[in-house]
Design a binder for this molecule. Structure first.
Ligand SMILES: Nc1ncnc2c1ncn2[C@@H]1O[C@H](COP(=O)(O)OP(=O)(O)OP(=O)(O)O)[C@@H](O)[C@H]1O
Ligand SMILES: [Mg+2]
Length: 248
């Protein structure tokens, strides 16, 4: 059996006002996984993924990264587990696309030549090289989201976590971002994504976790769990309904 990169053991988080964020969550992430985390609004997806790089701390339970508690070395954790937030704009700090992507490696005090090579490589990989001198504030929503991914990718993370990456993107923007993320996974990048866009991910994601009221209620293959979505209040992709009697 493959050795997990991340092991999430009995994780529980309650917010200070007493609301249950997540309750007794257990699962593991293995190299090459493309996991989507689905569930109704407020089911705990964002709360869970904010624990995966130590942004939130659980009341009980723990997360292990290669066998060690992730809170023991937060710098290593954040380098290994990259996070692309729901609102990509809040992550952008550079004056140009190039500078934005260079920001992380500069903070690691890498040599200038190495930084330039890595940044150029990542901008080429994500098709952003032609925008390298643009001010990030002038980019489209989809381009900004790719820029945020570039800023994470340049740090060579083992896992990239996404929170609703397709929110507010139009169809071409969604398709372009999807193809970027799917290519990364095809090249071995491990991905965990909280999303409401199950249909968009058909054919790309391999595994699905379903959350309900803070609990992880299903963990299995994407194709097996598609049939169970409706019983957890999540809309089944239209393409799965073709040939079945019409239901409002
Ligand atoms: N800062 C907070 N303080 C108190 N309760 C919170 C806080 N953040 C989230 N919650 C509560 O925790 C629960 C889970 O919220 P969470 O944001 O993790 O859900 P989600 O599955 O990401 O929802 P969505 O699909 O709307 O993004 C909800 O009941 C929410 O109201
Ligand atoms: Mg959320």
């Amino acid at each position: 059996m493959a050795i997990p990169i991340l092991e999430i053991n009995h994780l529980t988080h309650q917010y200070p006002d007493g609301s249950d964020g997540i309750i007794d969550i257990c699962f593991s992430v293995t190299k090459g996984d493309f996991i989507i985390l689905v569930g109704k609004n407020g089911s705990g997806k964002t709360t869970l993924i904010r624990h995966l790089n130590g942004l939130l701390r659980p009341q009980s339970g723990e997360i292990k990264l290669h066998g060690k508690n992730i809170l023991k070395d937060l710098i290593l954790t954040r380098k290994t587990v990259g996070m692309v937030f729901q609102d990509a704009d809040t992550q952008i700090v550079g004056d140009t696309v190039f500078d934005e992507v260079a920001f992380g490696p500069e903070n690691l005090n890498l040599q200038r030549n190495l930084i330039n090579t890595k940044v150029t490589q990542v901008l080429e990989q994500l098709n952003l090289i032609k925008l390298k001198d643009r001010n990030p504030s002038t980019l489209s929503g989809g381009e900004k989201r790719k820029l945020t991914i570039a800023g994470i990718l340049v740090m060579d993370p083992e896992i990239i976590i996404f929170d609703e990456p397709f929110a507010n993107l139009d169809h071409p923007g969604t398709q372009s971002l999807l193809s970027t993320i799917a290519d990364l996974n095809q090249n071995g990048q491990t991905i965990v994504m909280a999303t409401h866009d199950v249909e968009t991910l058909m054919g790309s994601a391999s595994r699905m976790l379903i959350m309900d009221k803070g609990r992880l209620v299903e963990d299995g293959s994407f194709t097996d769990l598609i049939k169970k979505l409706e019983s957890h209040g999540i809309k089944e992709p239209c393409t799965c309904r073709i040939g079945r009697p019409w239901q409002p």
